[in-house]
Design a protein around this ligand. Structure first.
Ligand code: NIG
Length: 388
């Protein structure tokens, strides 16, 4: 069935030729976008929805979350707000809770958070393993993630489990764990940071994953400058995520590469780090994505709108740069061109704002502006749905 969405006051397409359109319309046919153009030229369709001058843009593409987990870390957050520093060690608390949870509990928790994100406009979401840290729990995390998320990343190298020997654990990750998980995932990641995995260990994990045909991602430069960005670029990773502390050489390396710098502003705020240097990256010519990093420790939010607002108000990104980074930028970080765009052939993933333009995402900070969301052509939520 074809649906005509018309009366669009401002349409962000992210398509170089279509650009940003005023008084626009979109035809959704099944799961894909069939037509985009001026409302005056719109073809007939089976159903017509008039959005009455509201802004329409692609659904958010959240390319970095950790949502296969159980348990709660409110106490850690409270301690942090009282002045305690964030460290990688907190991950172990979630590992214990995750290992103790049933498959059903993990799946329900994941689905609850994905639904929460969808209601706020997220239509494509990556999530990771990384709270299992043994073969059995990493495999079940990947299996549960694959049932719900658009993209799944293996993060067995998230933390050396307490009590384990680091080199033996890396051997396990590079051997039996990768063998068991690789068929279930598209990506592999490593937390390359003081307190997690050093450069040599991270390189071993990434190369072992690449040998099994997985795409690479890296958690790098979150808590201080370090080798993460350099390693990611050298190994051709699709993205390096966090990028909070960057040397000039890191910025230049990213600008000269295809590796996307994925910035996680909600995490920077929640861990009381400085905000990542978005302006330096953009001015140097690097490709920047924004993601939520939704997880129970360092960034417990699914709100991509909050990330966009923060990027504009505090990281000096323009509205257009921030919206692009949270949609097409996330798609680039996931090496996809079927999401993050509103153009014929793209997946019909759209959001309508309760506002005439995307500027309102920063102009009205904290106001829930998601008025309607389509994912794969299905209307998930609508606060207005005027059908005429
Ligand atoms: O991206 N940095 C590593 N992993 C997560 C944090 C996970 C946690 O603290 O539970 C992150 O911030």
């Amino acid at each position: 069935m074809a649906v005509l969405i018309t009366g669009i006051g401002e349409l962000t397409t992210n398509d170089a030729e279509l650009g940003k359109l005023r008084d626009a319309a979109v035809v959704v046919d099944g799961e894909v976008i069939a037509w985009v153009g001026s409302a005056a030229d719109a073809p007939e369709a089976d159903e017509r929805i008039d959005v009455d001058g509201r802004a329409v843009l692609p659904g958010w593409v959240d390319s970095h979350t950790h949502l296969v987990f159980a348990g709660d870390r409110t106490a850690e957050f409270e301690a942090r707000m009282a002045g305690k520093a964030y460290s990688a060690g907190g991950i172990a608390v979630t590992v214990n809770a995750t290992r103790s949870a049933s498959d059903e509990q993990l799946a329900a928790n994941l689905r609850r958070h994905v639904d929460e994100a969808a209601k706020q406009g997220t239509t494509c979401l990556e999530t990771k393993t990384g709270y299992g840290l043994n073969v059995e729990d990493e495999v079940r995390s990947a299996r549960i993630a694959a049932e719900v998320a658009d993209e799944v990343t293996f993060l067995g190298a998230h933390l050396v489990p307490p009590g384990a020997d680091a080199e033996s654990y890396v051997d396990l990750v590079c051997g039996d764990m990768l063998d068991a998980v690789a068929p279930l995932v598209r990506w592999a990641d490593v937390f390359c940071e003081t307190g997690a995995f050093d450069e040599a260990q991270s390189g071993r994990v990434l190369k072992a994953a690449r040998e099994r045909g997985l795409g690479l991602r890296v958690h790098g430069n979150q808590l201080g400058e370090g080798p993460g960005v350099r390693l990611a670029v050298e190994l051709g990773a699709a993205s390096v995520d966090h990028c909070t502390y960057l040397s000039e050489a890191d910025v230049e390396a990213l600008a000269a590469s295809d590796t996307v710098a994925t910035l996680l502003p909600a995490c920077d705020l929640s861990t009381r780090q400085p905000l990542a240097p978005a302006r330096r990256l953009l001015d140097a010519g690097a490709t920047v994505a924004l993601a939520s990093n939704a997880n129970p420790g360092s960034s417990y939010t699914t709100s991509m709108a909050f990330c966009v607002t923060t990027a504009v108000l505090q990281m000096r990104m323009t509205i257009d740069e921030a919206v692009w980074a949270a949609t097409a930028g996330g798609a680039r970080a996931l090496r996809r061109d079927d999401v993050g765009f509103v153009r014929p052939g793209a997946r019909a993933d759209l959001q309508v704002l309760e506002a005439p333009s995307t500027t309102h995402l920063a102009y009205r900070p904290g106001v829930p502006l998601t008025a309607a969301v389509w994912r794969r052509g299905e209307l998930l939520t609508s606060g207005f749905a005027s059908k005429r």
